[in-house]
Design a protein around this ligand. Structure first.
Ligand SMILES: [Zn+2]
Length: 462
């Protein structure tokens, strides 16, 4: 049995910060001890003096190889999970997609086929339900039994993923009966489509209009509606990629009532804004995602929401499209720009930068990026923490290293960086996934197929 020892680091979890040696045995954390107090023998020793030892990141929102707008996201499970590992993320929860007119089974099988044997890190699936009907409702218990315990519904994208309120209510009722979590993309799609049509008719075709027509009020309205539907269904609710202050206010009000309502935001909403969408020469297309980036003054509200726990999780919504040939599909018509940003590699670093800047504490960093997503989606304590028995998904993190983010150095399969030229303090030094060294001081040692599918239990906040 292989033993690995990490000595001298500051072990940070959502709950504690303690100097400790960490012993790894058989892919799991075996023990923690006062630094130097145990004479443990090990096959391999990492000296983490002056460094942090943190749980591997859990990114609960990715879209590898996701079909969208006649193209598909440019990261495969092979390239996307490798990039995740470079950034200290050791678990992703990706979205399997039900195609309209097809079954959940077929969509899930499709996603298993894409991921199986290709992932460098462990992975799990949510299920996107794009066609709520009797047959689909009858399939849901089977999926929950297989560890796919969350279902995502869209109030946006009419004709593609969109479900009407009646369909959403039915799916929520069924999910509630099963103990599953309903996830919602909360934007009023039919209203947005009207504004898109009107903007294009006025000749407003640049990327920045993507942000203007997808109004904050239409995110807030849909968030409010999703919450009320969830109340009627007696269902817990998780709102993905919250970007508008007004939508966050709806979540906060619901939580103040004690409702089981949760929210996620993403680094792009915390660090980027409509200023990026307005970049000239079609550069703004690099920042087109939905929900859209908002004016800068929304960022403070989101940071406050993260501090006060009105938002519980930071995921990436990683859905990369190359500028050349993919984003360019929308030249002359912003509505044809594929929606999505690359980000899976940078979440841990960007959130650490927020620690450096005093926006969140170190423990809150780990809670938002590791522990809370693991609990939210039924992976705790195997993932998201450092404790005896947990998977040895561990990151040695250098809090003082300075790095500049760039497409020239990142590992995602996409030809631009949304954070090009941004300097951050902190960097991943070593990554273990179930005890195997995936990355060490700039050497990538991972391999496709190391990562395995994780059947999940249900939400652990309920
Ligand atoms: Zn998404």
């Amino acid at each position: 049995m292989a033993r690995t020892l990490i000595t001298g680091g500051l072990v940070i979890t959502a709950a504690e910060e303690v100097p400790a040696d960490v012993l790894v045995e058989d892919g799991r954390v075996a023990a923690l001890a006062l630094p130097g107090s145990q004479r443990w023998s090990a096959d391999r020793v990492f000296d983490a003096s002056g460094k942090y030892v943190v749980p591997g990141g859990v990114d609960a929102h990715t879209h590898m190889e996701m079909p969208f707008g006649g193209t598909r996201a440019s990261d495969t499970f092979t390239t996307g999970t490798r990039a995740a590992a470079w950034g200290g993320t050791t678990t992703i929860v990706d979205f399997a997609v039900q195609s309209r007119g097809s079954s959940l089974r077929a969509g899930l099988d499709d996603w298993h086929a894409k991921a199986d044997g290709n992932c460098a890190i462990d992975y799990a699936f949510h299920m996107i339900v794009s066609d709520v009907n009797e047959a689909v409702l009858r399939e849901m218990p089977g999926l929950v039994g297989e560890g796919v315990t969350s279902f995502k519904l869209f109030m946006a994208y009419p004709g593609v993923f969109y479900s009407d309120d009646g369909q959403i209510l039915r799916a929520m009722q069924q999910a509630a009966d099963l103990g599953a979590l309903t996830m919602v993309h909360a934007e009023n799609g039919p209203a947005i489509d009207v504004l898109v049509e009107q903007a294009l008719a006025r000749g407003e075709t640049d990327p920045r209009y993507h942000g203007e027509v997808r109004r904050a009020l239409l995110e807030a309205e849909a968030t409010h509606r999703a919450i009320q539907l969830a109340r009627v269904a007696g269902a817990p609710l998780y709102v993905v990629h919250v970007s508008a202050r007004e939508a966050l206010a709806e979540l906060a009000a619901a939580r103040d009532l004690g409702l089981p309502v949760f929210g996620e935001t993403c680094p792009q909403y915390l660090f980027l804004s409509t200023d990026n969408l307005a970049e000239p020469d079609f550069e703004g297309a690099k920042y087109v995602c939905s929900t859209p980036l908002r004016p800068k003054d929304h960022q403070d509200a989101l940071w406050r929401g993260l501090r006060t726990d009105d938002l519980q999780v930071v995921s990436t919504d990683h859905c990369p499209f190359c500028f050349a040939g993919q984003k360019e599909l929308g030249r002359g018509d912003f509505s044809k720009i594929p929606n999505g940003l690359p980000g899976v590699e940078h979440r841990m670093d960007l959130l650490h930068q927020a620690v450096v800047e005093g926006r969140i504490s170190r423990r809150r960093w780990i809670e938002l990026a590791c522990a809370a997503p693991a609990r939210m989606f039924g992976l705790h304590p195997r993932k998201g923490t450092i404790a005896p028995g947990a998977d040895a998904d561990l990151v040695i993190y250098d809090p003082h290293a300075v790095q500049t983010l760039s497409a020239a150095t990142h590992h995602m399969n996409v030809d631009y960086s949304a954070y090009e030229g941004r300097t951050v303090t902190g960097r991943v030094e070593t990554v273990l996934s179930r005890g195997e060294v995936v990355l060490d001081r700039g050497d990538y040692l991972g391999r496709p197929g190391h990562g395995t599918f994780l059947p999940r239990s249900t939400c652990q906040y309920l």
